[in-house]
Design a protein around this ligand. Structure first.
Ligand SMILES: Nc1ncnc2c1ncn2[C@@H]1O[C@H](COP(=O)(O)OP(=O)(O)OP(=O)(O)O)[C@@H](O)[C@H]1O
Ligand SMILES: [Mg+2]
Length: 509
């Protein structure tokens, strides 16, 4: 007697244990299948496939709540005879809230019906389904989806099914929520990147660069004067353009004037315009300030402006009107002013070469563009971007950077910033013989040093020579060392080519 009771207790205990193990392995199975799915459809397919197979059902489906559309959408379903789950078309009709058992489960309580015909949202092909069980998937107190289980007979669903679905529902909720999150992030990231690269051509993902972009985006919306500071080649002009294109003046002109390039007298008439006959033979000309009317005026290299022009510009900014050289009538000013310089303006103010009052007028808002060294994480991205451009320009599609070349680029100090990187890539694109650019082609020796380090003209000359030499070598290779054909390829005369061959030491094959 006693023995019989013990044996029964043991049997019960062990079958409870087995059931528990089965439950756990089922939960584990579902958990594993859902991790790694980053799309809702993927979560749905993985889930319904497992539910059908593991629970031996006629049908399993997942409907997700679409709050905007005001109903549920079928995300994935599978029938007993299907080989794999299907994702219904996104324009399939919505399942209205609280209509039928699926809609009713949105209320938060499971719904069991013994006649599947009560649910018009079941696929017409799911003819074998008798009873249907609808289970809400709840996240943070809100139903975000409904799991539907279909069994053959009217009594096909039991408490065991209900318990198992209840065990996996939290994992389903988590997977669905993170899928939504990942998708939103991905699409925001895509559109932000696309906008910045398409509209402004600004490339970079580093923290320092994202901060810069956020400032640019904020200041683009206001009309305040902006002073853009940063070392040579960091992208100050691009920032100025982005300020213009991101703001309400985007359809009006963007006009840039380089204050360092012109002598004082010319800069004055260039900026303010000049009336006819001011000097013999002078024709009337509008200045850049007028030409930028309604738009944005970039005063580039403002740190190099002479004191006389500084004083005149200050007056223009204060009075908000321009008077042409030799003109009598002031013209009202409607431009947004952006000024840029690589100089330390504060120091220039201290040593008296830049007017303090003008400095304060300009630096209503200041943007400091980081050096490339401060955002060296962006080097590979920029390098690939410039390579794609250079390769297209030189008809060298398929040209790639080797990982070692990328590593060499990332390790360099870049005193000439983005412009220097652009030059290095351009040269490498021209000089590289094969399809892969290696570390040697982007090494230090191939660099044009920044103008602060070296005589700028000398550096430009050397770069031009290097590029020209490489082009000639390539043309010779392409024409099988035939000089006449090479000259034609290069678009220069044969005699010029012969001269250049001597000059570059290419005369002897
Ligand atoms: N974030 C960026 N993404 C892509 N290209 C860039 C970026 N920043 C700069 N460049 C490129 O680098 C070069 C230098 O940029 P830009 O002329 O704007 O620099 P700058 O700061 O005005 O330099 P400088 O002080 O010498 O005038 C340009 O060819 C520009 O296209
Ligand atoms: Mg510039």
């Amino acid at each position: 007697m006693e023995e019989e009771r013990l044996r029964r207790a043991l049997r019960e205990a062990s079958s409870a244990l087995i059931r528990r193990i089965e439950e756990l392995s089922f939960v584990r199975l579902v958990g594993d299948a859902l991790t790694g799915e980053v799309e809702r459809a993927g979560v749905g397919r993985a889930l319904v496939g497992l539910l059908r197979d593991e629970l031996g059902l006629e049908f399993a489906g997942l409907w997700t709540v679409d709050d905007v559309a005001g109903g549920l959408r079928a995300t994935a379903w599978v029938r007993a005879e299907d080989r794999s789950p299907a994702c219904p078309s996104p324009d399939a009709p919505l399942v209205p809230f609280s209509s039928g058992p699926i809609g009713a489960a949105v209320g938060g309580t499971p719904v069991l019906v013994s006649d599947a015909a009560a649910e018009p949202a079941l696929p017409r092909e799911a003819t074998g389904v008798g009873s249907l069980f609808c289970f809400p998937v709840v996240a943070r107190g809100r139903t975000i989806a409904v799991i539907g289980l279909g069994a053959a007979g009217p009594e096909g669903i039991d408490a065991e099914h209900e318990r198992l679905v209840g065990l996996v529902a939290p994992a389903v909720a988590l997977a669905l929520e993170s899928a939504v999150f990942v998708q939103r992030l991905a699409s925001e990231n895509r559109s932000l990147r696309a906008e910045l690269t398409d509209r402004y051509g600004l490339i970079g993902t580093s923290r320092a660069f994202r901060q810069l972009l956020a400032t640019v985006a904020r200041l683009a919306e206001v009309d305040a004067t902006v002073l853009v500071l940063g070392a040579s080649g960091t992208g100050k002009e691009m920032v100025a353009r982005a300020l213009h294109h991101g703001g309400r003046r985007r359809d009006a002109p963007f006009v840039a004037v380089n204050c360092a390039a012109l002598p004082e007298a010319l800069l004055e008439s260039e900026l303010f315009g000049i009336e006819r006959g001011v000097a013999t033979g002078v024709e009337r000309r509008t200045g850049v300030i007028e030409r930028a009317s309604g738009g944005t005026l970039l005063l580039d290299e403002i740190g190099d402006m002479s004191p006389v022009v500084q004083a005149k510009l200050l007056r223009v900014l204060q009075e908000r009107e321009v008077t042409r050289v030799g003109g009598a009538r002031p013209i009202p000013l409607d431009v947004r002013v952006v000024a840029a310089t690589h100089r330390d303006l504060e120091r220039a103010v201290r040593d008296g070469s830049f007017r303090e009052d003008l400095y304060f007028r300009l630096k209503v808002a200041t943007i400091r563009v980081p050096t490339l060294a401060e955002r060296s994480e962006d080097v590979p991205l920029l390098a690939h971007h410039f390579l794609a451009r250079a390769a297209a320009r030189h008809g060298r599609a398929g040209l790639r950077l080797s990982p070692e070349a990328v590593a060499a680029l990332a390790a360099r100090p870049w005193p000439g910033n983005v412009r220097e990187l652009e030059n290095v890539i351009e040269q490498a694109a021209v000089m590289t013989e094969g399809a892969i650019i290696g570390p040697a082609e982007v090494g230090e020796s191939a660099t044009v040093r920044s103008r602060s380090e070296l005589d700028y003209r000398g550096a430009v000359g050397a770069a031009v020579d290097q590029t020209e030499r490489a082009l000639i070598a390539r043309a010779l290779a392409a024409s099988g060392q035939n000089r006449t054909r090479a000259a034609r390829l290069l678009g220069i005369g044969r005699r010029t080519l012969l001269y250049k061959l001597k000059r570059y030491g290419l005369a002897e094959p």
